[in-house]
Write a protein that binds this ligand. Structure first.
Ligand code: ATP
Length: 307
């Protein structure tokens, strides 16, 4: 998707204007959310607020509870405890009008089979008050050239794009995107990212899940790191890790033995080392953890395991 195509795209995706002015409160509000399977809490006391117009990424490893959280928020799964409001409504009792304001792109859907791509989007258009016109919608997700292809002949990546098209077709105020780029090639992945950027420009609030750190860092205004059903940090990507990220490691070799010191004041450590050293300090380095190191520590992977 070209940058210069973003403007018309943005207009096409702008949420359907409602009679009511938008509620200034959070679009998603979660307190103490718990979901259990067989007595095991797979979402274990999550608190979160997502603001209107932001792109929020739930980032975590396989089985962390991302999809389950989204399913509860989208009203397709019952929770065991906690308070949840999505666009001011408890999703467990969300009616058709509420559903029309929410778009969902699940990890896998059963979208179509013998129908063509265009027939599929035309069929689902009937579910929405003001759908994005079919041709425009397919161009938006890069499926313009495959409009006449049967859905069961699409590649995995094309099918994924069709699912995204169906998710944004009703110009939702809020879009849930569960792992939008899993299985996509690098070009399709970039197209998906551009689409999320267009949605943000159109004012749509997006909650996406991903286990790709670069995706969260590229797309999200804020990232929530979730592991074992718990949200362990919520921050803009650049601030993820806070204190963890400021800690430096000074390494050098002394008498043939590797040495290291962890410190928040590496200059002071270096001054002491240099004052005490008779000559050069072999293999001297000062490093701070990168985003990936911080993420791995947040989700509980010991540093030794990834060195
Ligand atoms: N219907 C179900 N019945 C029983 N257990 C389930 C069910 N759905 C999910 N789980 C379990 O709940 C946990 C969280 O799953 P969930 O799909 O929410 O994780 P996730 O973070 O989305 O993972 P992934 O990145 O692999 O999609 C996992 O241990 C999973 O096996």
């Amino acid at each position: 998707m070209q940058k210069d195509s973003l403007l018309p795209t943005t207009r096409a995706l702008a949420a359907d204007p409602r009679e009511e002015p938008p509620d200034p409160g959070p679009v998603i509000s979660i307190r103490g959310l718990v979901k259990r399977y067989g007595g095991r809490a797979v979402v274990d006391g999550v608190d979160l607020e997502v603001r209107r117009g932001e792109v929020f990424a739930l980032l975590g490893p396989n089985g962390a509870g991302k999809t389950t959280t989204v399913e509860v928020l989208a009203g397709v799964r019952r929770r065991d405890a906690g308070e949840v409001q999505v666009l001011g409504v408890d999703p467990a009792v969300g009616d058709r009008a509420w559903r029309d304001r929410v778009g969902v792109v699940a990890q896998t859907t059963g979208a179509g089979n013998a129908l063509t791509v265009r027939e599929t989007v035309d069929h689902f258009a009937a579910y929405h008050a003001t759908p994005v016109p079919g041709g425009e919608l397919l161009d938006l997700v890069g499926l313009g050239a495959t409009a006449r292809t049967r859905v069961d002949k699409l590649s995995g990546g094309q099918r994924r794009r069709l699912e995204v098209a169906l998710g944004v077709q009703g110009r939702p105020e809020l879009l849930f995107l569960d792992e939008p780029t899993t299985g996509l090639d690098p070009v399709a992945r970039r197209q998906s990212w551009a689409l999320v950027e267009s949605l943000r420009a159109a004012g749509t609030t997006v909650l996406l899940t991903t286990h790709y750190l670069d995706e969260a860092a590229h797309l999200a205004d804020r990232v929530g790191v979730i592991t074992a059903g718990r949200l362990v940090e919520v921050a803009p990507p650049a601030e993820l890790g806070g204190e963890l990220r400021r800690e430096a490691t000074v390494r050098w070799t002394e008498d043939g033995v590797p040495r290291e010191v962890r410190t928040y004041r590496p200059a002071a450590v270096l001054r002491d080392l240099l004052a005490a050293a008779p000559g050069e300090l072999p293999d001297l380095t000062v490093t701070r953890p990168g985003l990936e190191d911080v993420y791995l520590r947040l989700v509980g992977v010991p540093e030794e395991a990834v060195r």
